[in-house]
Design a protein around this ligand. Structure first.
Ligand code: SAH
Ligand code: SF4
Length: 361
């Protein structure tokens, strides 16, 4: 639990922890249920709004707890409906969340799990910043809650969550798991497990552990290359857990959950978009229950690569389909508002000049 000025962040607490805390402070047990309902069902943003609590209790809660600790710094709206938010944390770290709006009614929140990232993938804006710290469960939950609140005010509902924002969720395992439990709980955000996707760069032991949690959460793996030499050049983590270990862990995930794994592949012009690479990928994935998401690269400051053009994208997915691999091209949403992972933070902070990117790593 991260504590700022010794004030507890409410969203870090499990229901059991809240009950314990409130009874230790001298309140009857049933008050926990009331507070929980106000926070997660009514989604109020202030203890003072919990009007069926005695006044002195509301005052005490306000004094001893924070109902969240994210401060909104910037919000940008894209032409395609995407909303991107930059938040400041109490220790002056910055994180991003994105809300994507789809024609089929889905409302998907893309949530960060760390401030920065330690994995150093060369084409990723977050990777280029380096690692600052893990987020707490509360800080992860609160990002989703903000969007749920926003949508509910408009008579809509947050339907999906993807853990694909800044950071590597499986590097911050416990907090991420706690947050997922809060997302899916019926007295939490009530989001179906199958509507949640965790994206990982491939931390093999953690993938196996996650497979054993008995959840039905979707797993996406950032693959980007189908041989060890290419993959290690883009994703340093591949040197620690090479492809064969990763594929074994993915097979294990499919066996345990009966869910297909999604593989993400950034298409970098003339670097990861060759037909022979699609063939290699097709061979690697033979026999595995899976789907491939190709994403034309979002160009970033620290990496020279460019996105593939539509013809090369098409040739790549046509090749995959010859191998019987289903794939889709992920439309780059919010491209006009720096909605790629870590990009808004990089842009805003460098413009305002109050944090040098070097300071973050
Ligand atoms: N750390 C996790 C989740 C966050 S990144 C992971 O790596 O999977 C979410 C996805 O965006 C990953 O598939 C990542 O490889 C991809 N990504 C990062 N930077 C990108 C860029 N510049 N262009 C396209 N995709 C990118
Ligand atoms: Fe971290 Fe994912 Fe970016 Fe790699 S792609 S640096 S794991 S956030």
């Amino acid at each position: 639990m991260y504590e700022s000025d010794k004030v507890i962040n409410f969203y870090d607490l499990t229901y059991e922890q809240l009950e314990k805390l409130l009874t230790a402070w001298g309140f009857p047990r049933f008050r926990a249920k009331q507070v929980w309902t106000w926070a997660y069902q009514q989604k109020v943003s202030d203890f003072q709004a919990m009007t069926n609590l005695p006044k002195n209790m509301r005052a005490q809660l306000s004094e001893r707890m924070m109902l969240g600790n994210l401060t909104l710094v910037t919000e940008r709206h894209s032409r395609d409906g995407t909303i991107k938010r930059l938040y400041r944390l109490p220790d002056d770290q910055y994180i991003e969340s994105v809300l994507m709006v789809y024609d089929d009614g889905r409302r998907t929140a893309c949530i960060s799990t760390q401030a920065g990232c330690a994995m150093g993938c060369v084409f990723c804006a977050t990777g280029q910043m380096g690692f600052a710290r893990h987020l707490t469960a509360g800080e992860i939950v609160e990002q989703a809650l903000h969007f749920a609140r926003l949508l509910e005010a408009e008579g809509e509902r947050l339907s999906n969550i993807v853990l694909m924002g800044m950071g590597e969720p499986l590097h911050n395992y416990e907090a991420t798991l706690q947050a997922i439990k809060r997302f899916i709980a019926t007295d939490g955000l009530g989001i179906g497990q199958r509507h949640i996707t965790l994206s990982s760069v491939g931390l093999v032991p953690a993938i196996r552990r996650f497979a054993d949690e008995g959840l039905q959460v979707g797993l996406a793996i950032s693959l980007h290359a189908a041989n060890d030499a290419d993959r290690s050049a883009l994703l340093p983590v591949n040197k620690r857990w090479p492809l064969q270990d990763l594929m074994d862990a993915c097979t294990y995930y499919v066996q345990k959950t009966n869910r297909r794994v999604t593989f993400e592949w950034a298409l970098i012009h003339e670097q990861t978009d060759h037909v022979h690479q699609a063939e290699e990928l097709g061979q690697l994935l033979q026999g595995l229950l899976c789907h491939v998401n190709v994403i034309p690269l979002n160009p970033t400051e620290g990496f020279a690569g460019q996105p593939s053009d539509p013809e090369r994208v098409q040739a790549f997915i046509d090749t995959l389909s010859r191998y019987g691999i289903s794939s889709s091209v992920r439309v780059r949403r919010g491209i006009d508002i720096e909605a790629g992972c870590g990009q808004l933070k990089a842009k805003i902070l460098s413009q305002q000049g109050f944090v040098q990117l070097d300071d973050i790593s």
